[in-house]
Design a protein. Structure first.
Length: 431
């Protein structure tokens, strides 16, 4: 490992620590390395252009973002929330259960934890606080915890990015996230039931069972989006990128033709917002491409693999150590940065240890999502604190049980790989 590489790491971490956007910190550090090693600066543009041209799967990212924005603006939220209330709203702690169910359902549309928290999470937190049955800290904590499910159940932008750096099937990664996402939801609902019993929460009115069929019919079209997505991929009709375009087209048709809830002006606004969100992700990806070239040049992944191989570490111990690392880093860095910059360091070691890359990818994405609610710097904690004007300390006091039960679910997936791999294997995965 050269002095230039050490300086690159120091520059990247230092600039990020003082508040420079992560993408710009990557650019500055990478250009500094090229100057220090007297390399051709054209390598900077070459790596970005070549990797973008070769990465067809990246086209799915803006399409998933567009589909989510169309769904959120198209009057879908209210129909899905009524469906969730009809399902579980009448139980003790009903609105908290609705929060989790809504996150599971909206996971099939946004693929983003922060988008989930800022959208349906904010709406449900306001409903919970307004009902007078839940404290602002508890309502914000469960919204933050349930938002972690969004990028686990397909579609999932983080899993697309993991597929990019690991050369793993996007479709099998999507399938691998279904059972873990449902397990996380059930675990959170078990924690809510325990808290509701201990604190003697009053029962929420909920929606009468007689209205469940109507609520189901109204919610049925958006609920079909994940089915169309996975059905298109595994029916052989579409690649993941083509399935993403179908999802965006379906969302547009629902909003404009079926619900008739958005105007042409609003459609233009949605496209502009989606372009902006895509630009942020694209800048991060571009910076990661150059940093990954530098890391490969310095043979860092091979050094890590050789060291771990020499230590004779077992696959389970390796996974546990990686989990601890990513839980800690999840407090400090966004998911995109960790998936594109850090995960490639460990892919060769996974192959050497015989760890299935679909299993590893799903575990890593879950790990990073849990890191988003890990005190004191979990990003989702700050998001909910800012959105709801709730003191951060109040949310942190309530988050611990939810954090603990999600970590327990993560450990189950580490020790029992079939929780991740069972569904992909039903569709022909042989890894």
């Amino acid at each position: 490992m050269s002095l230039a590489f050490v300086l690159v790491l120091a520059a990247f971490l230092g600039l990020a620590a003082v508040g420079m956007p992560i993408a710009y910190a990557m650019f500055v550090a990478a250009i500094g390395y090229l100057l220090f090693t007297q390399s051709d600066l054209a390598l900077f543009a070459e790596q970005i252009l070549n990797n973008f041209i070769d990465s067809f799967v990246l086209l799915s990212v803006p399409l998933f973002i567009l589909a989510a924005n169309l769904m959120n603006a198209g009057g879908v939220s209210e129909r899905l929330l009524r469906f969730c209330q009809a399902l579980v709203g009448r139980f003790r702690g009903g609105l908290a259960h609705v929060n989790v169910i809504a996150s599971i359902i909206f996971a099939g549309m946004s693929g983003s934890a922060i988008a989930d928290a800022a959208g349906v999470g904010k709406l449900l937190t306001e409903m919970m606080v307004k009902s007078g049955r839940y404290t602002p800290g508890f309502a914000s904590a469960i919204s933050a915890a349930s938002a972690t499910i969004g990028p686990i159940i397909p579609p999932s932008i983080p899993m697309v990015l993991y597929a990019l750096v690991s050369d793993t099937s996007v479709g099998y990664l999507f399938l691998g996230g279904v059972v873990p996402g449902l397990l996380m939801g059930l675990a959170l609902m078990a924690a809510i039931a325990l808290i509701a019993q201990r604190r003697n929460f009053a029962r929420d009115p909920g929606v009468p069972l007689s209205q469940l069929p109507r609520a189901t019919v109204q919610a049925f079209p958006p609920l079909m989006l994940p089915v169309i997505l996975l059905g298109g991929i595994y029916g052989g009709a579409a690649t993941p990128t083509e399935a993403a375009s179908l999802a965006a087209l379906y969302a547009l048709a629902l909003a404009v033709l079926f619900y008739r809830s958005i105007s042409l002006r609003e459609i233009v606004k949605i496209f502009v917002e989606s372009t902006r969100a895509t630009s942020v992700v694209a800048l991060l990806i571009a910076g990661a491409f150059v940093l990954n070239y530098i890391v490969a040049t310095e043979r860092v992944p091979q050094m890590v693999a050789d060291w771990l191989d020499g230590s004779q570490m077992s696959p389970v111990v390796f996974l546990l150590l990686i989990n601890l690392l990513f839980l800690a880093l999840g407090c400090l860095f966004d998911a995109t940065t960790m998936l594109l910059v850090l995960v490639p360091l460990f892919i060769p070691t996974c192959r050497a240890l015989g760890i299935d890359l679909v299993h590893f990818g799903v575990v890593i994405v879950i790990n990073i999502m849990i890191g988003l609610i890990t005190p004191p710097y979990g990003v989702l904690l700050f998001v909910m604190s800012g959105l709801m004007n709730v003191p951060l300390g109040a949310i942190i006091r309530e988050i611990w049980l939810f954090l603990g039960i999600l970590v327990a679910a993560l450990l189950l997936m580490v020790f029992v790989p079939e929780t991740v791999l069972w569904l992909p294997r039903q569709f022909g995965y042989e890894g």
